[in-house]
Design a protein. Structure first.
Length: 290
């Protein structure tokens, strides 16, 4: 009979979901919680044990609502080792207690690895379809590129126009640099290009301090990097990649309005993919949709 117990972790305690699942998402990493705190959202971390065996990790983000209410979200979590009914019952009981203590009107979670809807529906209520399109929740579907193949096979699997644009950028004298340290040095360039990209594509940005915190803490995500494409000395494209577990995440991309005929974004992305392969990442995650 399982002897589950829930332990809330302090800032100094080890919180590492990759010890349970090597493919655990970076939204369940400590540094992701630190980013949320810069948006004035509380982050709490928990560990479920069965005796001395680590069974589950999860990080809860608190979103404030009017009248001292809130809702809670576990983005791509809990990360679980055991999908038994006993564990699901234990989690439900304890998550209800946490939600009550935070005056939360609801708590949303996205189990990792993904679990059978038939099993989950016995213990949890499925989120309404309209909430799938909220910017505050993680996408239901993501595009993953398997990197466990050759460079030639990766190129072969691309659309003809993509291969052409990668080669065009080289002919047009685009140079791409992979940056693995001193990230703060590039922050102002990144934010300037993010602002231009948001204006061009008509989407809203987070507050500047959110991105600034990411750059300040990017070194905590060991192996993360920037892919920066230039023409001559001018920065045209910056991609921010987060390496976590066995996946490189295409987290942010921004570009200048100028020199787009030189296809700098194609080369920057291709070089980012090749660097992920060099880091022995299993997947390259392009992001997803609701």
């Amino acid at each position: 009979m399982p002897q589950y117990r829930l332990q809330e972790l302090k800032e100094t305690d080890l919180f590492d979901p990759t010890t349970i699942d090597a493919d655990a998402p970076f939204t369940q990493a400590s540094f992701y919680g630190d980013w949320q705190k810069n948006l004035e959202r509380a982050a709490r971390k928990f560990l479920v044990l069965d005796g001395q065996d680590k069974i589950a990790y999860f990080q809860i983000i608190k979103y404030s609502l009017p009248f001292d209410k809130s809702y809670l979200y576990i983005p791509y979590g809990p990360v679980i080792k055991d999908n038994s009914e006993d564990l699901l019952i234990f989690l439900k009981e304890n998550l209800k207690k946490i939600a009550k203590s935070e005056q939360a009107v609801f708590l949303r979670l996205d189990f990792m690895p993904r679990q059978s809807n038939k099993l989950l529906s016995r213990f949890f209520k499925k989120a309404p379809q309209y909430t799938y399109h909220s910017a505050y929740f993680q996408p239901r579907y993501e595009w993953l590129l398997n990197l466990e193949t050759s460079e030639e096979e990766l190129l072969k699997g691309m659309h003809d126009n993509t291969r052409y644009s990668i080669r065009l950028a080289e002919r047009k004298e685009i140079k791409t640099e992979i940056v693995t340290e001193n990230f703060k040095k590039y922050f102002e360039d990144f934010y300037r290009l993010m602002s231009r990209t948001a204006q061009r594509n008509k989407f809203a940005l987070h507050p500047k301090k959110y991105y600034e915190c990411i750059f300040q803490n990017l070194n905590k995500a060991v192996g993360s990097y920037l892919s920066i494409a230039r023409y001559q000395e001018k920065i045209l494209t910056i991609n921010l990649m987060i390496a976590f577990g066995k996946t490189a995440y295409y987290a942010f991309s921004c570009s200048n309005n100028e020199e787009r005929n030189r296809a700098p974004s194609y080369q920057a992305l291709w070089k980012a993919i090749l660097h992920a392969k060099k880091l022995n990442m299993r997947y390259f995650n392009f992001g997803g949709k609701a």
